[in-house]
Design a protein around this ligand. Structure first.
Ligand code: XUL
Ligand code: CO
Length: 440
């Protein structure tokens, strides 16, 4: 049975197309910098935003019209799987992602929840046999149910810690069963509301214990996917422990976990942390920790995680610049952790949202590749730091100086000449490159 009857397989029709159900820039077979767009971009659909969420917000009920919503319970879960694989095929997308509770309803006991999961995972596995869409990552939702009111691995109650461990254990088994490329940890309620009632040190130590146990279990069952931490500064907690990449990295290093994890970087989480998307990608990249991306965007006028489909070409360009400089995303991908607006409630809007995001990243990719090919930023940056390639600068970089030598040098060279950083010129160049790609 078809859930998206009005939609045929989405084709690349080029920038002149007026067909809203066609790609204008994302051409999976087009080669950019030696690889196809499909290989580089590794797009993924987020199950929760696309098949599960109904448009509820703190002020109002769901608005989404979803043909599968005439079912309930396990029948609804099965209908969603059918709808999902129809959607993946029509969108021609290589990956998807889910939380455990997105795919199967929780039972009244943990055993019943496992049973529900097993049934749906078996169904998904069956679909995957004939589908080209693979699992980018799965994760455990440890933030919606009231039992997680005080956190999961950082909960005040050891029973909750044990329950969370059981959920992740099951999640890793599912990841292995479905051949997931990665397994994600997003610490939704791993943080605190007030220090007045919080033992921060114990909570952080426990979080590290939890991660070590996850690493051990993955080894035990032979799950070889990449572990990813997805930083976010706040929401739902006031202060989330994996605030941003730098905080997450310090945590991983302190607890000897850095060899087992990389980061899943979400654009809207970056901006909530007071960073740009590209800042977070850069911090991860220069530390060899860039694993995957949750591709979305926030709204500067709203202070929360709006999870919009990415359409800002400036941002997709700078993000793709980081990703290309990283040599790609390896096992990671660009997962649309993005939802259509509450007012975009028709099933077709799910296609329009994804097409908008895919085209925006395709443009970003082409612009970024040109910037790299023409060494626009590389050359400017190399020249800007040239003083470290000879003389005293070279000695600094090579560790051949100390404060005595530097003082002696400074005493003879205290009439310093600086050079402009040319921010405006560079921004104009980026605009020029974006416009050139759009005009092609
Ligand atoms: C929440 C968020 C999550 C994670 C997975 O802000 O981004 O959906 O991506 O738990
Ligand atoms: Co996310």
């Amino acid at each position: 049975m078809a859930y998206f009857e009005n939609v045929e397989k989405i084709q690349f029709e080029g920038p002149k197309s007026t067909n809203p159900l066609a790609f204008k820039y994302y051409n999976p077979d087009e080669v950019v910098g030696g690889k196809t767009m499909e290989e580089i971009l590794r797009f993924s659909v987020a199950y929760w935003h696309t098949f599960t969420m109904d448009g509820t917000d703190p002020f109002g009920q769901g608005t989404m019209i979803r043909p599968w919503d005439r079912f309930s319970g396990m029948d609804l879960a099965k209908a969603r799987v059918e709808a999902a694989f129809e959607f993946f095929e029509k969108l021609n997308v290589p990956f998807f992602c889910f939380h455990d509770v997105d795919i199967a309803p929780e039972g009244s006991t943990l055993r019943e929840t496992y049973k529900n999961l097993d049934e749906i995972v078996a169904m998904i596995k069956d679909y995957m046999k004939t589908s080209k869409t693979k699992l980018l990552w799965n994760t455990a939702n440890m933030f919606s149910h009231p039992r997680f009111v005080h956190g999961a691995a950082t909960a005040v109650n050891a029973d909750v810690f044990a329950y969370a461990a059981a959920k992740v254990k099951k999640g890793l088994e599912i990841a292995k069963e479905l051949n997931a490329e990665n397994y994600v940890f997003w610490g939704g309620r791993e943080g605190y509301e007030t220090l007045l009632n919080t033992d921060m040190k114990l909570e952080l130590d426990n979080l590290a214990r939890f991660f070590h146990m996850a690493v051990d279990y993955a080894k035990e069952i032979g799950f070889t996917g990449q572990f990813l931490i997805e930083p976010k500064p706040k929401e739902p907690t006031k202060h989330q422990y994996d605030f941003d990449v730098a905080t997450g990295l310090a945590f991983l290093q302190k607890y000897d976990l850095q060899d087992y994890f990389k980061f899943n970087i979400e654009a809207n989480h970056a901006t909530l942390a007071g960073h740009t998307f590209e800042h977070e990608l850069r911090v991860a990249r220069i530390n060899g920790m860039l694993g995957s991306v949750d591709a979305n965007q926030g709204d500067p006028l709203l202070g929360w995680d709006t999870d919009e489909f990415p359409t800002d070409l400036y941002s997709t360009t700078l993000a793709m610049y980081e990703i290309l400089q990283n040599g790609g995303l390896g096992r990671g991908g660009l997962n649309f952790d993005a939802k259509v607006r509450r007012g975009s409630f028709e099933p077709e809007d799910l296609f329009y949202g994804h097409i908008a995001g895919m085209d925006s990243f395709a443009i970003g990719l082409k612009v970024a590749q040109k910037l790299i090919d023409d060494k626009v930023l590389d050359q400017f940056i190399a020249e800007r730091y040239e003083s470290y390639t000879y003389g005293i600068g070279k000695e600094i970089v090579e560790g051949k100086t100390d404060f005595h030598k530097l003082e002696a040098y400074a005493l003879e060279n205290d009439q310093i000449k600086n050079v402009s950083g040319r921010t405006e010129l560079l921004k104009a160049k980026i605009n020029q490159y974006i416009l050139t790609v759009l005009a092609e």
